[in-house]
Design a protein around this ligand. Sequence first.
Ligand SMILES: *Cc1c(COP(=O)(O)O)cnc(C)c1O
Length: 366
Amino acid sequence: MTKVPTPKPWISAIHAYVPGKSTGADGRPLIKLSANENPLGTSPHALAARADVAEPCRYPDPDSKALRAAIGGLHGIDPARIVMGTGSDELLNLAAQGYAGPGDEVVYVRYGFSVYDIAARRCGATPVVAPDADYGTDVDALLALVSARTRVVFIANPNNPTGSFLPAGEIARLHAGLPADVLLVIDQAYGEYVAAADDDGALALAERHDNVLVTRTFSKIYGLAGERIGWGTGAAPIVDTLNRIRGPFNISSTGQAMALAAVADQAFVEQSREHNRAERARFVAALEAMGNHGLRPLPSQANFVLILFEGKLTAEAAYNGLAERGTITRWLPGQGLPQALRITIGTAAQMDDIVAGLRELAEAAK
Ligand SMILES: *Cc1c(COP(=O)(O)O)cnc(C)c1O
């Protein structure tokens, strides 16, 4: 028998991340409301900065110094306590790798972000999944599963794919219930979509405690998903750990320049937040006005809405029907949600189209 290299069993157990699609079954491009991208695009200042990057033959700044200073200035964080990642995805994986390994446990909630499962398995740790509370995060259920083997707890706030949100009191209660040697990772990929008055207090926790890492991204409200830029903040030893194992030049020159310009353009961020708030409210109201077709939009603080299909029209039929009409959404049977569609908030016209499409499909299924 010929021998072949054998992957580690915990690597073989990983289900690769399934990204949102952008083309239909026949390959034609569709309006993409499947990946929570910004429908307003990217700040024009960031786009202009892309052209300024000189000398692609040079390595980028390995420490993204100017960018960390700008992020620190915006959020009132010492730049020494900021670590950059190739997307926040890199940081989520590094957090698991830095603090957990074979025999250790990584805890997150059912219907949490799918990367947590991959991050736990990649480093050989055992994923432990807490039950949800009507699709939301249940702090008591999470805490009940924390054991002597628990090394890392992941929570996204707002959560993807549910859109659910834990207020500051619940986040504080979760943190207070954890042993001091368990790392709490609070993933705020959608943090900028939350109104300032509803701040969940995660950044303040990361500033005050030795066991909290908060991650953020330029992929969502900043409209820079293609550049792969994320950042995290926590106590100095946590930042030091992640810096040891991150890619040495993990943010490209172009990415650093564009993100720097994007941070400076908070007017674009505000405009994106307001667009999202207004269109999300209009979308949910239209769904609720559709009457008794069994479509249940879950309350969302993010730039998408998860709709449960509890009537005659199934999520799968709605997914296929909307795709036939030219829009791709996210159907999530692989995440245990065959009854749900996640729909990104797009432009006003795109949302009108979706509502019209869903109404037609629901009437036809009656
Ligand atoms: C989109 C998303 C991310 C961001 O991933 P990037 O690697 O920064 O593009 C992180 N966490 C959650 C929950 C997300 O939905």
